[in-house]
Design a protein around this ligand. Structure first.
Ligand SMILES: [Zn+2]
Ligand SMILES: [Zn+2]
Ligand SMILES: [Zn+2]
Length: 137
């Protein structure tokens, strides 16, 4: 099972919460908010455990944060990140039809030159429009 491999690769114990959260994210394939994840995990797993699991995954380079237009933080799986090398300079796309936020991993955020005195710590670029699935309908 892919979820178990991912946890093992990162030397993370496969707790039921970690397994479930990962399986949900793998199955959906788009960015999910904390409440969307929580809705799908086994009801015996509490909110705090889900929160801690997401924090661990963030630290380990398994998932990254995606800022949505509504100011909601969503989480998406990383592609090829590691604990010490966590880069997310790719574009995110929010579909106004289905409401899904998708990673466009292969599209980098273009370089931006900041005025003197400004240092960048993180870049986010969200494009809104209609996704490929919805366009094909
Ligand atoms: Zn990452
Ligand atoms: Zn769509
Ligand atoms: Zn992403």
């Amino acid at each position: 099972m892919e979820a178990l491999h991912l946890l093992k690769d990162l030397n993370l114990k496969s707790t039921s919460c970690r397994k479930e959260v990962l399986m949900i994210m793998l199955a959906k394939g788009h960015a999910l908010s904390h409440s969307e994840i929580e809705k799908d995990v086994n009801p015996s797993i509490d909110r705090v455990t889900v929160y801690r699991t997401l924090k661990t995954f963030l630290d380990k380079g398994l998932i990254h944060k995606v800022l949505d237009d509504a100011g909601v933080t969503k989480y998406a799986l990383c592609q090829g990140c590691r604990t010490d090398d966590h880069h997310h300079e790719h574009v995110h796309f929010k579909c106004s039809n289905c409401g899904q936020t998708i990673c466009l991993d292969e599209i980098d955020i273009p370089p931006i030159t900041l005025p003197a005195g400004f240092t960048s710590a993180e870049k986010n670029l969200l494009i809104q429009g209609v996704c490929d699935t919805c366009s094909a309908l």
